[in-house]
Design a protein around this ligand. Structure first.
Ligand SMILES: [Fe+2]
Ligand SMILES: [Fe+2]
Length: 187
């Protein structure tokens, strides 16, 4: 393998992470629009700004090696709800006007709870992605390791702090969402 091959493989690894960050921008933007929880909305605004920086850092690294920063968007890890829940949701969406028995249908608060879990999973997957990139970078001597690692660590630290936010704030979200979920099944 020539040095050029090693560098172009390295650019592929960085672009893979960039593709996930590109997808994260869309997800965070739609979560800001849709979450009913003000504190989460505010935190997501902050993480959106951080995510633009994550993109910039990765683009900087790709460009440094003469590569083309990717515009592609990866599929983010997805929490797959139980089939029964989705069937009920589908029925709710299609026949909601002709049924009175809505007791079993997931209400928006229930869907939001699932989205919150999915948000946290996405952050966890970004953490693993950056830890892997850092480990790869430490093992490739042909590149300016310290400079790149310091960029990657800044992003890693912001992912960790976002993940921590979800761990700490999930009970607050449950306090907001659960009463409505309970009252929907208690009617
Ligand atoms: Fe990110
Ligand atoms: Fe993130």
């Amino acid at each position: 393998m020539s040095q050029g091959d090693v560098k172009s493989k390295y650019v592929e690894f960085i672009n893979e992470a960039l593709s996930a960050e590109n997808a994260a921008i869309d997800r965070i933007t739609s979560r800001i629009d849709n979450t009913p929880i003000p504190e989460l909305k505010e935190r997501l605004h902050q993480h959106l700004e951080e995510t633009y920086n994550h993109q910039d850092r990765l683009r900087q690294i790709v460009t440094k090696f003469g590569g083309e920063p990717t515009d592609s968007k990866a599929d983010l890890p997805k929490l797959v709800p139980p089939t029964t829940m989705m069937i009920k949701k589908m029925m709710k969406d299609t026949i909601k006007s002709i049924t009175d028995d809505k007791k079993d249908n997931p209400i928006p608060e229930e869907m939001e709870l699932m989205e919150i879990k999915q948000d946290a999973i996405a952050e966890g997957s970004e953490i693993i992605a950056y830890e892997t990139l850092i480990a790869i970078t430490q093992r490739i001597n042909e590149i300016p390791q310290q400079e790149i690692i310091s960029l990657l660590k800044q992003s890693l630290q912001e992912e960790e702090s976002m993940k921590k936010w979800y761990v700490e704030k999930t009970p607050m979200a449950v306090d907001i969402l659960l009463p409505k979920i309970i009252s929907a099944v208690s009617k």
